[in-house]
Design a binder for this molecule. Structure first.
Ligand SMILES: Cc1ncc(COP(=O)(O)O)c(C=O)c1O
Length: 483
């Protein structure tokens, strides 16, 4: 009989050696966090290294595991963006909680299958409790709400759209269904609609207002027009914390319109959902209780390792309507008292992603998490104040959810020249390895976007980055005027 653990004494010895090596690796990685600030934010492999690594063949016979591990360290893990670096201000990335890491390692070690409640009952309780805790911030009633942990915001929102389609369009309404989102909605929303088979003309993208919020007047007008043409408006997606600017859409007004015209109201809080934890900033999302579903990524602001996103719904039956199937081979193991993971979403075999979040919330306590959220809002406001005192800097989007957009705009330059200047400023900063920032485009302007949701970013990290930007901006402007 083939027994993986015993089939080869040598392999067994090698496995022990590898576990020792991994333990050391883990200790090194954890202590490296203490000196992370001294490291460059982004180190890429050279072209030569990429070629070298690409030449490693898939072997017929296994080879030394330590050697494989060392190769992974050399080519993969030591040559990547340090997205948890305190001066990585791009995308929507934060520090990783050591408790999330501990929870993730334990989960991988014991590898529970979270498809069915009965395969790991207390694991199931953890997922239920984390969903209920998060749903409570959205004001979803405790006795009807439910949720499921999925791989990321993109898949959570796609699953929400499946729920919306099932509940509002039924089996035959899809060809006439219309979904509404703003031009600041994350690309994953449109992508999900297209993946689900909606045509481009079934996706209405509404221009956002001057503050990058959904224009509710335009939303209502579009719904009325489509209804008059015999279409079926079925879904509106509002955003709690847009990727570009951290803006929160007017959720209460959107909720009213959704109710008036019988649309499913989904909130994409992949990024900003975590702001609901703070009693101060929860107020910015008034009306969220009118929504039917909410995406909330804890691998963004709540310090979780990838991937840990929750899809929360107000009414658990809506999830079941969309996802339940009853194959004969699952009958024995299905739960009657609790919902099974495979009935709440598209996945069957699935990891229990809620365990690491549970570990973090238990070990950290909610108060520190509230403070983390408030710290991020504060940091973005601090940058706004700092830039207001410096010459030629313009704020393009007000600070929200720890994000702010600004640009360097000295007089006398055209839009094109100013855009290029701002791209060059960030590129030069990024090339130093000191910090990492990407630009975005708002109202045709290239803007420098700083997202400050890393719990380890100090005031000094942020202020010194602004100083560097200012120095580079002045130098490049001087070069332009000298040419
Ligand atoms: C607002 C928003 N929605 C959705 C997503 C997609 O999430 P994920 O990358 O976890 O799929 C992002 C990612 O940054 C986001 O900011």
């Amino acid at each position: 009989m083939f027994d993986w653990l015993k089939f080869d004494e040598e392999k067994l010895k090698e496995q022990r050696r590898q576990i020792d090596s991994l333990q050391k690796r883990l200790a090194d990685a954890i202590s490296a966090q203490e000196t992370i600030r001294e490291k460059p934010v982004y180190v890429l492999p050279t072209e030569e290294e990429i070629q070298e690594f690409s030449r490693i063949p898939i072997p017929k016979q296994g080879r030394d595991a330590i050697e494989v591990e060392e190769e992974l360290m050399k080519y993969v893990f030591s040559k990547q963006a340090l997205i948890q670096h305190p001066r990585f201000f791009s995308f929507v990335c934060s520090a990783i909680s050591p408790y999330s890491l501990a929870g993730a390692i334990l989960t991988d070690l014991y590898n529970p299958n979270a498809g069915s409640f009965n395969l790991s009952p207390c694991g199931g309780i953890i997922e239920e409790k984390m969903c209920a805790w998060m749903a409570s911030f959205a004001g979803y009633p405790e006795d009807t709400c439910s949720g499921v942990f999925l791989s990321g915001g993109s898949i959570s929102t796609m699953s929400a759209i499946i729920v919306a389609r099932t509940n509002k369009l039924g089996e035959y309404g899809m060809p006439k269904g219309v979904a509404y989102l703003s031009d600041q909605a994350h690309s994953s929303v449109k992508k999900a609609l297209r993946m689900l088979g909606f045509r481009h003309d079934q996706i209405v993208i509404l221009p956002s207002d001057d503050e990058f919020k959904m224009n509710v007047k335009a939303l209502e007008e579009a719904i009325i027009k489509d209804k008059n043409e015999g279409k079926i408006p079925f879904l509106v997606v509002g955003t709690l914390g847009t990727t570009n600017t951290g803006t929160i859409d007017p959720l209460s007004e959107i909720g009213d319109i959704a109710q008036k015209y019988n649309l499913w109201f989904h909130v994409d809080g992949a990024y900003g959902g975590s702001s609901l934890i703070s009693p101060i900033y929860r107020n910015y999302s008034k009306g969220i209780e009118k929504s039917d579903s909410l995406t909330w990524d804890t691998h963004k602001w709540l310090m979780q390792t990838y991937s840990c996103s929750a899809l929360l719904v107000k009414n658990k039956q809506t999830l079941l309507d969309a996802f339940v199937e009853h194959p004969e081979y699952l009958e024995d193991i299905s739960s009657s008292d609790h919902l099974d993971g495979w009935d709440k979403g598209p996945e069957m075999s699935r990891p229990n992603r809620a365990i690491k979040l549970w570990f973090t919330v238990q070990a950290t306590g909610t108060q520190l998490l509230e403070e983390l959220i408030e710290y991020s809002f504060y940091n973005a406001k601090m940058v706004e104040r700092e830039l207001a005192q410096k010459e030629n800097w313009e704020i393009i989007s007000k600070p929200s959810c720890g994000t702010i957009n600004f640009r360097y705009a000295p007089k006398g330059l055209s839009l094109e020249e100013t855009n290029k200047l701002n791209l060059d400023i960030t590129k030069e900063l990024n090339d130093t390895g000191y910090a990492y920032i990407v630009t975005t485009t708002l109202h045709d302007m290239k803007t420098i976007r700083m997202c400050m949701i890393n719990a380890n970013s100090t005031v000094e990290d942020i202020m010194s980055t602004i100083e560097q930007l200012d120095k580079i901006a002045k130098k490049l402007t001087k070069e332009i005027s000298n040419n």
